[in-house]
Design a protein around this ligand. Sequence first.
Ligand code: CS2
Length: 499
Amino acid sequence: MASASSSNSSPLNKITVPQNSLIVQSAPGTGIVHIGLGNFHRAHLAFYTACAVRDSGGDWGIFGYSLRSTAIPEAMTNQDLLYSIVTISPTSEAIDIPGIHTGAIGGPDRVSEVLAQISLVSTKIISLTVTEAGYLISPQSNGLNIQAPEIIHDLKNPLSPKSAIGIIARGLELRANSHCEPITVMSCDNLSGNGDRTRQLVLEFVSLLDSPIKLRTYIENSVTFPNSMVDRIVPGTELRHLELAEERLGVHDLSPVPAEEFSMWIVEDNFAAGRPAWENQGVIFTDDVAAYELMKLRLLNGTHSLLSYLGALAGQETIPGARFVPYIEQAVQTILNKEFLPSFTMPPALKAEDYISQLFSRWSNTVLGDRTSRVGSDGSTKLPQRITEPVLFHQRSGVVPQYIALTVAAWLACVAPIKGFDPGADARAMKDPSKEKLLELAAVKSSTHEFVTSVFNEAAIFSTELAQHLDFIETIAMYLDQIIENGIHSAADLAASRS
Ligand code: CS2
């Protein structure tokens, strides 16, 4: 088939609506302003909301804003705000077209439109998927990174904030100064206690303003921040996804979203101004989000990190490729069962062995082909969420979790290779906001031990508490040496012998 970009077929807005389409026939009014218009949002919140509005109605259209990128908003705008979700697994395939967006804009130049939209009484929810890195958390204070250039800028410029937290605070400020109607701020990112955390960061931002009292009172009285656990593996869009979407739809979609079939969303039912009827679409409302969140952050995301770094160093481009390497599969089994599982209590409604066996089949999705470089990116903001508590848990009984240490060593080998070590193309493709700093440290330290110590003490990535566990740091340095000298297979064998 001709490549999607050279296609002659019609654009998505010329589509004859397929039967399984989620296009809502009469467009709903905007009830949600969403920050972070990436693939995950478009296959998760947008999908649930399109289904809820199709079945139960309500003015819950989504006005989407992308902080930096303009590519997705432009593609969506070119096709009447539509796009397709291509759900793929070795045994099934489906295409859905969620017609739920009422706006799609991107880039700092358009932020005033987002603020204006947030300020409207008709906006009931501000939601966000900005990734762990987007919250600008300082590992030292465990609060807002007030030295981040975006935060410094946002504190001075009420009309042109650049950070997600700045946009939320400035948008709420407009509401507090005009009508004080209630609203919900809903984080849909992989942060532990994501709602509580967002509230804390917004309030910290507000406390740094010249006259914070009115805004603080409004937030305390009228704004809720539900915690949630979100889950669906959604890779980046590649040419093969564009081609597949075009083949199945018969029209050319500029921005389809590939996704796995599995999807889960657990939310606290704490919405200050109402919400779509998500409960009819399989969303679970509970007061015990924390149990689900810990399960997911550790078993899925923590192990995902191991798969990505060990996999990339083993020359595996994809997560399923990594998962089927025998010594990596053994590493996955051990980190899951011996290191992550004992560190929290499973939600009573789920059985660990069922959840884990489902994870293995999700990681085996060869046709989705999620990349090790995607999962391995931003390790400096993901790993603290995933490993800190489990490491501290094991340290309390004097144990160093070997595969967690190996994961950290493999991450450093991927993103900040010591001079002369080539981690391979998949590792080189990993992005990380701390990459420059890590490379600087790797270049000036004279031993791996010194380097790893400096990562914990000087790089502002992990909590100071973790930095005190010298045996953990030594173990990471030992695995890093092993990776550099003998390769990842040998380092994994060493971890197996020490577990
Ligand atoms: C992944 C997640 O990027 C990552 O590190 O672990 O994006 C993962 O695919 C999702 O959380 C699945 O819900």
